[in-house]
Design a protein around this ligand. Sequence first.
Ligand SMILES: Nc1ncnc2c1ncn2[C@@H]1O[C@H](COP(=O)(O)OP(=O)(O)OP(=O)(O)O)[C@@H](O)[C@H]1O
Ligand SMILES: [Mg+2]
Length: 322
Amino acid sequence: MIHTDKLAKTFTVKKETVDAVKGVDIDVAPGELVAFLGPNGAGKSTTLRMLTTLLTPTSGTARVAGVDVTADPAGVRARIGYIGQGNGGGHSFRVIDELVMQGRFYGMNSADALARARELLQSLDLADLAKRTVIKLSGGQRRRMDVALGLMHSPRLLFLDEPSTGMDPQNRANLWEHIMRMREEHGTTIVLTTHYMDEADSMSERVIIIDHGRIIADDTAARLKANLAGDLLAVEVAAASAAGVRGLLGRAAAGGEVSENSYDGVVRFRLRLPEGARLAPGLLLEMHDAGAPAQSLELKPPTLDDVFLELTGRNLREGANR
Ligand SMILES: Nc1ncnc2c1ncn2[C@@H]1O[C@H](COP(=O)(O)OP(=O)(O)OP(=O)(O)O)[C@@H](O)[C@H]1O
Ligand SMILES: [Mg+2]
């Protein structure tokens, strides 16, 4: 469905160049759900905008739905849906008319467009707002209308740039329900970007992590976490006995860092423990035998944020917060 070869984009603004995307190779098979994850400015939107023909690549090639983006942009556009990061609608039209118009642009007849618009308004929880003008919608409502616009012509391949940003949890859930149903019913291929790590984590089969215009990881969320991060262990011992377990914990971290801070006569150690659930019991016993029994223990599976931290030394969330 998507194949790119060293796809790159350089912007030049007032003689200053920005290498926004530095040669990415992406392959997406029909029916896949792929999430692009990365901090602000990583190059996610620029990549999506090249794949959707809104930007011309500086170098490299991309085929989308079997069509070359440079040779036949109109052919690509006819085959895809795109929901941009910004708001698409912004006019004094009514919501329902905006949707019908979009359907008509894609060659649907009026009756089909109206039926499809009603269906989408219902499932995106916008039915009550059908007759409101677009400029009067709240941010989250407008975002949902943008999503409806992208879905009007039931594309086989759908690009969504931060579809759920600004939505409340209930509407995020509605949106995801709708996206999942589209996949099941129509086998839609979906490529999206998100700042919500839980979305990338639980909804997509595959996560492509982008940083500084390069792909630094491309795998299932489960494998990325298993391979790179290890479980996070926080364990507390009495300050008086802490010295007895430093070496032990250092070995358990298998070369990783062990951080510690102390408060109220307790020292809290944090480390990354590969296969935490399997190794933690033995470690606790060893600590006990070393005269420093654990006073509390917390073992957490890693998140994609931990994966990002491991890969870049930076925190994804810090970069991603707006
Ligand atoms: N039209 C443009 N002209 C100049 N620079 C641009 C343009 N569009 C994007 N950039 C720059 O390219 C880089 C990548 O931007 P891009 O919008 O692709 O990031 P992103 O990963 O989508 O970030 P965000 O999470 O903030 O949406 C940034 O440094 C940005 O400032
Ligand atoms: Mg973006």
